[in-house]
Design a protein around this ligand. Sequence first.
Ligand code: BGP
Length: 469
Amino acid sequence: MKKYQYQFPQGFLWGGAIAANQAEGAYLEDGKGLDISCGFAHGIKHDYDPVIDPSKFYPTHEAVDFYHRYREDLALMEEMNFKAFRTSINWSRIFPNGDDAEPNEAGLKFYDDLFDEMRKRGMEPVVTLSHYETPVHLVEKYGSWRSRKLIDFFLRYCKTVFTRYRGKVNYWLTFNELNNMRRMPGGAGGIFFEEGENHQQVVYQASHHMFVAHALAVKLCHEVCPEAKIGCMLSLSNTYPHTCDPNDVFETMELRRRSLFYGDVMIRGYYPNYIARVWKDEGVEVEMLPGDEEIIRQYTSDYLGFSYYRTSTHEYGQPFYGDTGGDQGTPNPYLESTPWGWQIDPVGLRYTLNELYDRYQIPLFVVENGLGQVDELGPDGKVHDDYRIDYIRRHVQALKEAVKDGVDVMGYTYWGPFDIVSAGTGEMKKRYGFVYVDRDNEGKGTLERSKKDSFEWYKKLLASNGEEL
Ligand code: BGP
């Protein structure tokens, strides 16, 4: 029996997380192709332009220029004692069209240098293979993951990067927040609907192809780099029943299952019984080839990476838009909200960690958690972000309680350790960083980096392996 764990284990992966498209910029440099993030002027929750409109400003095109400034940024992360740094490889830097026969050497070289730099600075790279970055050509030519062909293209890409970065990257994640296929299928899977389509049919068929691709990527990773671990990644901010009315309670469970369904398939390795009724009610018939279910059963995730930001509540009869109720659900009177309406709930993190470990019994990795706020520069030209320190302190406390509860947690990578473009809204104004980046919503600013108060605080937290709160 496992002994009582009263503190964070040695080797706990503390650090930070970003995504290529939200930080790198250089959107067409060194042979890169267009990926879907390039067509969202206001983030993935809003309209997508299949053709770039030259009169519009697209925030990811330059983002915060991590492509050219990563050495400076990683030096700051090293100063904060990071043990891990999560980013994605932008698929379209390696295969500009997604279906190219040969990879783009300049793209491969960029990530070689980036991962070398991380290792040199004592950080384990944690790498997402697809973080809202499906190559545009795959969307146009094949309808993205509607087509089974994407499985082969994705695996060609995986084989290329697993082989190239073997020994450098030991932690992989396949698709970022795959359960967001329901809420934001454009971002999560490059799915844009045609008129008259049954949306749920398209989403679940595409998800099936992604499940097979995920399982085959697990297989491949284990063959090519046996020392590496590969996980799935889900958005698992949580939802409570708004009241103890059994109707609220039951329906909230059903809503939660819409997200856990993705973990159930990729971790437990089979389609859960409850989905048959959901599909029947929604008129969904997923086509599977013989052998698909066996592949999914055989190659399950080594760990579960997930994002946790908030909770909301659900009332009987509300629509199931996303992972947290009717996107935001009904406000919880016991919690405070950010200016974006995200309700801050540290206990919810402990609850979620216990919920997930009870269900899956595999290591968990909090690969995203953080506070998006409006940061004002003080008269001294600095950001005094006590509110961010408070948010992290309370969440890390809750994380520690979960460790004591016996949950097996591998690490914690804070979202957006330096300010980057918001995925949801495309804003720079929604800042998460310990490091301020001088750039605004219109793309103005010097891009200069400066430390906020939270920088020193997080540095101490990491130096003490999570003890100095
Ligand atoms: C997650 C995404 C990230 C991210 C974060 C914060 O859903 O994986 O890419 O940005 O949420 O969201 P936002 O940027 O909209 O504040």
